[in-house]
Design a protein around this ligand. Structure first.
Ligand SMILES: [Zn+2]
Length: 414
């Protein structure tokens, strides 16, 4: 199909979106459900309405921009990503997928092409998880992974503001049923890789066949708070030192059992965290990721045993409470094959790849055939203001995504 896709228009829109919430170094700080997030949404809505898309917003703030198909009986094909960023975010993590989807709909509109099934562009609420935990919470609510009530009551990590209250304050609490998005034929998400593999190997695109199994937990260590000058070392029950030893043990376990996996302490809090005080408590967000469910389980079991032994020796208690986890995600092979065929057609160098990062597509994959397409980013840098992509990668990703989305919307068996 010869669709009048405009890679320049996509690029210009990426740059215009990046003017909302700019930070030094060329990046963005556009937290979910902030005033800036509201501005980004309004811009997307305006662009969508200019090409005749009907815009609905659900009770969790997820935006759906719909272009009707020829056959009213067909379920829509979804394409989307997110517009919120990390506090030290770049211009492309999230917006690339949303605005590539918008460009497909724009080209269909301009050429007067009608697909068999409707196509719906989705901007999921609060993907990043830096303010409302867990990550991908809006998609989790829509796909029924978390209840609507759980999502609306999620407290902000910084000031405890409820998700539902922040949503009301931005003016983006809609009336639509979030679960309506489950009733779709397929979900596509284009995204930057956020890792260094594709560029290093000279690939233009990654066909994402699945994602790492992941478990993130809040670990709470409880000892006893005392005076930093007067309490002899052997009489302390220092929560922070115990936590540090547990973290080092967790890393050693990964290197010993499965160095191809990932281990991260995303946050660390000392309690009470006051000068001159031996901190009796510590809390940290601790996660492992691995391509195999079984290996992830083994890593967690060994870490639990090591943490318990350290706690006993240091006379503190430890509790590990998982709050964000999913098994190995498998994306849909039919959709992946469409992306591969399109990549061949456009002369894009491509490979299959697993995602180490979590994405909204993981939750969509629980309810419908789903797939992701990665474009490289320079040096693998992401969640950083200097995150960057080439125009060539942006264009190849757009053309391949467009072919696969439209083929799916026109396919008899979708
Ligand atoms: Zn993202």
């Amino acid at each position: 199909m010869n669709l009048p896709l405009s890679p320049d228009r996509l690029w210009d829109r990426l740059m215009e979106m990046a003017r909302i919430g700019p930070i030094p170094g060329g990046g963005n700080n556009r937290p979910a459900l902030s005033k800036l997030d509201g501005e980004a949404r309004a811009l997307l809505q305006r662009w969508g309405e200019e090409i005749g898309l009907s815009v609905t917003v659900d009770r969790l703030g997820n935006m759906a921009l719909r272009r009707e198909g020829r056959d009213p009986a067909r379920k829509p094909v979804l394409v989307g990503s997110h517009l919120d960023t990390q506090p030290s975010g770049g211009k492309f993590d999230g917006p690339y997928g949303v605005l590539a989807g918008l460009e497909i709909l724009h080209a269909l509109h301009e050429s007067g092409t009608v697909t068999e099934a409707p196509i719906v562009l989705v901007n999921w609420t609060s993907e990043e998880g830096c303010r409302f935990s867990p990550s991908m919470i809006g998609a989790a609510g829509a796909m029924g992974i978390l209840s609507e009530e759980t999502v609306l009551n999620a407290p902000a990590i910084d000031d405890g503001e409820r998700y539902g209250d922040a949503l009301q304050a931005t003016g983006w609490a809609g009336a639509a049923d979030p679960a309506a998005l489950q009733n779709a034929a397929a979900y596509f998400e284009a995204h930057i890789e956020q890792g260094p593999v594709l560029e290093a190997e000279g690939h233009d695109l990654g066909i994402v066949t699945g994602g790492f199994a992941t478990e993130r937990a809040l670990v709470t260590v409880t000892g006893e708070t005392s005076h930093a000058g007067t309490t002899p070392m052997e009489m302390r029950r220092d929560g922070v030192l115990a936590a540090c030893e547990m973290i080092a043990a967790g890393e050693a376990i990964l290197y010993r059992l499965a160095p191809e996996g990932r281990m991260t302490v995303c946050r660390f809090m000392a309690d009470p965290g006051a000068d001159g005080v031996v901190p009796g408590g510590a809390r940290f967000a601790f996660e492992y990721r691995h391509p195999s469910n079984e290996t992830l389980r083994r890593l967690l079991d060994e870490a639990d045993a090591a943490m318990a032994a350290i706690a006993a020796r240091r006379k503190v208690s430890v509790v590990r409470e998982p709050y964000w986890s999913f098994p190995r995600v498998a994306f849909d092979e039919t959709l992946a094959a469409r992306l591969r065929e399109a990549a061949e057609r456009h002369g894009a160098r491509h490979r299959d790849i697993l995602s180490g990062a979590g994405h909204d597509a993981y939750h969509a994959a629980a309810r419908m055939p789903a797939v992701m397409l990665f474009i490289p980013c320079h040096g693998g840098v992401s969640h950083h203001p200097s995150e960057s992509i080439s125009r060539e990668w942006a264009e190849k990703g757009l053309r391949v995504l467009a072919d696969a989305v439209i083929a799916t919307a026109n396919s008899k068996d979708q």
